[in-house]
Design a protein around this ligand. Structure first.
Ligand code: URA
Length: 253
């Protein structure tokens, strides 16, 4: 197993553990430190029926997602997701769309109203602009690339994703990227860029230059929804996309 996948596995286990503790706490369980609990008492654990104890479901939330070998398996592993609070307001979980062997993967923030209704990312107004960037700007078809979001369910009233929602969903994006293995990731807007790069640097300073995400080249650029409000900045995105096209045309390393 490579260093990268070890790190990824640790990240997924940490996310599982965090989820498990949060759920337990919501259900009224108080987790004791080893000192508070008087040490390990195996007889307490032994009284639980198999599968009832903490150990029984500790890693189950993400384990099958981590083991997935295809996008279909990953989607099935996510299931009817209740891992964060957004499940209650969604119509569809918006997994992702496109070529599973895409050379370019676009990562946005999260589904809006149209995406929630249709179950597909970037199909509303911002989506139409992204489609223009892909087709008219890059000379590709939407089916040639892969499009996904950081979070897979629509936040109420299109509010910004919250950190617990991002943490719950991020392992799935990590796995999507690992399965697709694109040559280039184009991260759209502040949330995608800051989540993937683990950075708080403003998007305007990050955009336009190459970064590396787990060994894959990543180009941060402005979100299409921002461009709808600030059409004058389209030229900045075009500069970024030209760099992506140049990279795709150059021989791979
Ligand atoms: N904005 C996003 O970030 N993602 C979508 O899928 C749609 C709008």
């Amino acid at each position: 197993m490579s260093m990268g996948s070890n790190r990824e596995e640790m990240g997924i286990i940490a996310a599982s553990l965090r989820q498990h503790v949060q759920r337990g706490e919501k259900a009224g369980i108080r987790f004791l430190s080893r000192a508070e609990s008087g040490g390990d008492k195996l007889e307490d654990v032994a009284e639980l029926a198999p599968g009832e104890g903490i150990e029984g479901n500790l890693f189950s939330d993400y384990a099958s997602a981590y083991r997935s070998k295809t996008l279909e398996e990953l989607r099935a592993a996510i299931g009817d997701c209740h891992r964060c609070k957004l499940w209650s307001g969604r119509t569809h979980l918006v997994f992702g769309v496109g070529n599973p062997k895409a050379k370019v993967m676009f990562v946005g923030e999260g589904p809006g109203r149209d995406e929630d209704i249709q179950g597909e990312p970037f199909v509303g107004r911002a989506g139409r602009l992204l489609t223009d960037i892909i087709t008219k700007g890059m000379g590709l078809r939407r089916e040639d690339v892969y499009i996904a979001n950081v979070i897979k369910c629509r936040p109420p009233d299109n509010r910004n994703p919250e950190s617990d929602e991002i943490e719950s969903c991020e392992p799935f994006l990590v796995k999507q990227i690992e399965l697709i293995r694109p040559r280039v990731i184009v991260a759209l807007g502040k949330f995608a860029v800051q989540t993937l790069l683990k950075s708080k640097v403003p998007i305007m300073r990050l955009r336009g230059s190459w970064h590396v995400y787990r060994g894959t080249k990543l180009m941060p650029t402005l979100h299409p929804a921002y461009l709808l409000r600030n059409p004058g900045d389209k030229k900045l995105v075009w500069e970024d996309i030209k760099k992506v096209l140049q990279e795709l045309r150059s021989p791979s390393d």
